[in-house]
Design a protein. Structure first.
Length: 462
């Protein structure tokens, strides 16, 4: 049943009382997972505050760093998001007779381009003949990604089409140095297996915060004498607070409890079939079920990140840096969730167009190596099929009712959505391909009182 708003409005008051437990739009970016316990919600909020605030020099930030807040880079369209900040990797490129050199002795491979003292600033060493930029990815849904069992990703590597040759990137969790290696799944080269490992690593390498797991400061260009002059805080710097948590623990709490990017409609768009037909889904694998972990909100959840978490040889798209087990030309398949609210795609942000469609097509065109046949297959599609696929990709990162994809559900969206529902002959059933699917929260093929109630609750902040 499709109702006109004229008939709906008087019904809303009745509805609000009855429907509080009903279906809601998916969380917008930056919101916590649905179903956190009160204690977990508190950890999320305290973690958000720590992720957002500058870490002070007296707490251990510096002496060299890139930014002193995580949110200084991860902030679009909300804290935990992507960002325009890019960091620089460097090294000496391989030759026919010598392998890639990471230049650890000169501060490689990550440049820290800021310092509290001019004297200690790190610069690109003259020995480096290769640099690569890396953009800041979103961290939404990190806890869910972490909760995918290793065995699921390994099974995928063993069963994928042989022409893709994707492989798992095994790595040692920093917080569990004597435990087993785990399957890496974070970072552009997939070399980081857990959220906590990323917090510890970024704490040191982006901010200069030493911890019990990484207790040694980065010396500016490897110069220990200079470091001694600029480093005033005893290591390890990151010690537990009154509640027993370190700063890195708190970064981790926030990230693990962030909701995944929304997808609307959640399934059934024709464009997803095109995405499968041209081979995108062979690497950008749609869905996973998380394993059983300590928190219910992360356990046994169906998620749709659109990646296989495997390294692939993407030819010239590789960044020329060797990192862990990943070679110069290997990159991890990037999750596509959240795509609609991001731009500057690919590891160095090179894929830019003036529009969403332009950005996506630029990214596809750069796919080389084992990803090239899929990019070619896309290029050969009739325009109508391309349009269907692009419409599907635009559903990744969009919550219900967010007509203008700006991470906010407001009256402005309704201004454009209402005519789709209240015309003289509103389209029913609402299919996943119809623009009105944005309003079909329970995916039952129409827009009715249930949905209007949920929209009303968002507007009134309930
Ligand atoms: C100077 C900018 C910058 C700062 C500050 C920063 N990040 Fe990042 N973040 C990045 C970049 C760039 C990457 C990609 C890293 C790579 O693969 O080389 C990244 C990647 C990540 C990822 C992996 C996401 C994924 O799915 O691959 C996580 C998690 C993360 N950062 C957490 C943090 C935390 C926690 C902090 C604060 C301690 C932090 N970041 C501070 C720029 C930054
Ligand atoms: C062989 C595996 C493979 C196939 C097939 C593949 N991709 Fe990718 N894709 C990747 C890898 C690896 C990256 C990360 C590249 C990088 O690090 O710059 C990526 C990145 C992307 C990005 C950028 C995401 C971001 O956050 O920056 C988009 C968009 C994308 N792929 C879309 C597609 C589409 C659409 C298709 C089908 C036409 C496709 N891919 C086929 C492996 C693949």
């Amino acid at each position: 049943m499709t109702l006109s708003t004229a008939r709906l409005l008087p019904a809303v008051a009745l509805l609000a009382a009855a429907a509080s437990a009903q279906q809601r739009p998916q969380p917008v970016m930056g919101q916590p997972l649905v179903g956190l316990t009160p204690a977990e919600t508190t950890l999320f909020q305290e973690g958000l505050a720590t992720f957002s605030r500058p870490i002070l020099p007296s707490e251990g930030a510096g002496p060299i760093f890139n930014e002193v807040t995580c949110a200084g880079c991860h902030n679009v369209p909300a804290i935990g998001g992507f960002g325009t900040r890019r960091v620089t990797r460097f090294g000496i490129a391989a030759t026919a007779s010598t392998p890639f050199q990471a230049l650890d002795q000169f501060g490689g491979t990550l440049l820290q381009d800021q310092s509290f003292s001019v004297m200690c600033r790190e610069t690109l060493p003259p020995q480096a003949n290769h640099t690569a930029l890396r953009g800041t990815p979103i961290v939404f849904g990190s806890g869910l990604i972490e909760s995918i069992p290793d065995s699921t990703i390994i099974a995928r590597a063993n069963n994928q089409p042989s022409n893709l040759a994707g492989r798992v990137h095994m790595a040692q969790p920093l917080e569990d140095p004597n435990g087993p290696m785990r399957v890496g799944r974070f970072g552009w080269k997939g070399g980081v297996p857990t959220v906590d490992t990323f917090s510890i690593d970024a704490g040191l390498n982006e901010m200069g915060l030493t911890s019990q797991f990484l207790p040694f400061e980065n010396a500016p260009n490897g110069d220990m004498a200079l470091l001694a002059q600029c480093d005033t805080v005893a290591d390890p710097e990151d010690m537990p607070d009154a509640a027993g948590f370190t700063i890195t623990d708190r970064f981790t709490h926030f990230q693990r409890f962030l909701a995944a990017p929304a997808q609307t409609p959640q399934t059934g768009m024709t464009g997803e079939l095109v995405f499968e037909a041209v081979g995108c889904a062979d690497c950008h694998v749609p869905s996973y079920t998380t394993g059983t972990v300590a928190e219910d909100a992360l356990s046994n959840k169906l998620i749709r990140p659109y990646t296989d978490f495997l390294l692939h040889d993407v030819g010239a798209l590789g960044d020329g840096i060797v990192e862990g087990e990943a070679t110069e030309t290997e990159m991890m398949t990037r999750p596509l969730w959240g795509l609609a609210q991001r731009n500057a795609y690919l590891h160095d942000g090179r894929a830019t167009g003036n529009t969403f469609e332009g950005n996506v097509e630029a990214a596809i065109a750069e796919h080389g190596g084992t990803a090239q046949p899929s990019a070619d297959a896309y290029a050969a599609l009739p325009q109508a099929d391309k349009d269907l696929m692009l419409a599907f990709l635009a559903s990744l990162g969009r919550t219900e009712f967010d007509w203008d994809t700006n991470n906010t559900i407001d009256e402005f969206d309704w201004f454009f959505l209402e005519p789709l529902l209240t015309g003289p002959e509103p389209a029913t059933p609402v299919t996943p391909d119809s623009p009105a699917a944005l309003c079909d929260v329970d995916a039952d093929g129409d827009f009715d009182l249930v949905e209007f109630g949920s929209l009303q609750r968002v507007w009134t902040g309930q």
